[in-house]
Ligand binder design. Sequence first.
Ligand code: NAD
Length: 263
Amino acid sequence: MSSSTPPYSPRVAIVTGAAQGIGLDIALQLAKDGIDVAVNDLPDKLSQINEVVRTIRDMGRKAIALPADVTSEEQVEKMVETTALELGSVDIMIANAGIGKPTSFLETTAIDFDSITAVNFRGVFFCYQYAAKQMIREGHGGRIIGASSAAGKEGGLNMSVYSGTKFAIRGITHVAAKELAVHGILVNAYAPGLILTQLFDESTVQGTLEEKLTEIRQVLGLHPNTPAAGPEVVSNLISFLCKPETKFITGQTISVDGGVRFS
Ligand code: NAD
């Protein structure tokens, strides 16, 4: 990192996939930390996005709605441009949007492959790249953080494409961290284990949360005692990684999985 880089002093974050789940929790945590937030999710979730924007404004922070599809390079570029124009800068990019659909390796189709890689890999790649270009123009460093997964540390049953994309996030995180260090931009990723989000609400299993969790563990080939937690375990890590004091942490994909994997 160059000693001439002005100090990183975070004011504005973009969070993708922030209408619900982990992204929503991250957006609210960053607002609590005093950061203004640009809230992205798919255009068909505009009412949920607007609700998150209202909540953040009620907390006394600025917020804007950024309905966009991260699989479109043009829309990602526009998202970054709009944030810089309306909120004044882009100091933090949380490339959180991701999708997954449990399917056996042999039954995975080209449509599954393309749709999952488009969001989880291509989407994160261009969020990293356009945020970095804007941060370099602004010249005061930044934080770029992407969503990997425990499945990006060890392939999970029925998650072949998903696991592949989550390993890929670790790869681009390494490269971006190396290339962007000179600009004072730190690049890391998070690798959650079982986090209770809409993933479970949309589960086909009827019944209690514990019954749904049992089913999910079976489908993914996880040990029956694999721990689960709420999204706050991830947003607390993000809150920490966005602080100026973390200036010596880059290129890491940090597990947040209750101790399932020590890597
Ligand atoms: P979620 O499904 O609750 O939320 C993901 C959000 O991303 C949704 O609101 C969705 O509309 C949005 N999204 C999907 N495609 C998009 C696109 N093309 N453009 C913009 N937004 C889009 O999922 P979650 O559980 O909150 O997961 C968040 C991230 O964490 C994902 O990348 C996921 O792979 C990762 N993750 C989750 C878990 C878990 O157990 N929940 C575990 C490991 C990793």
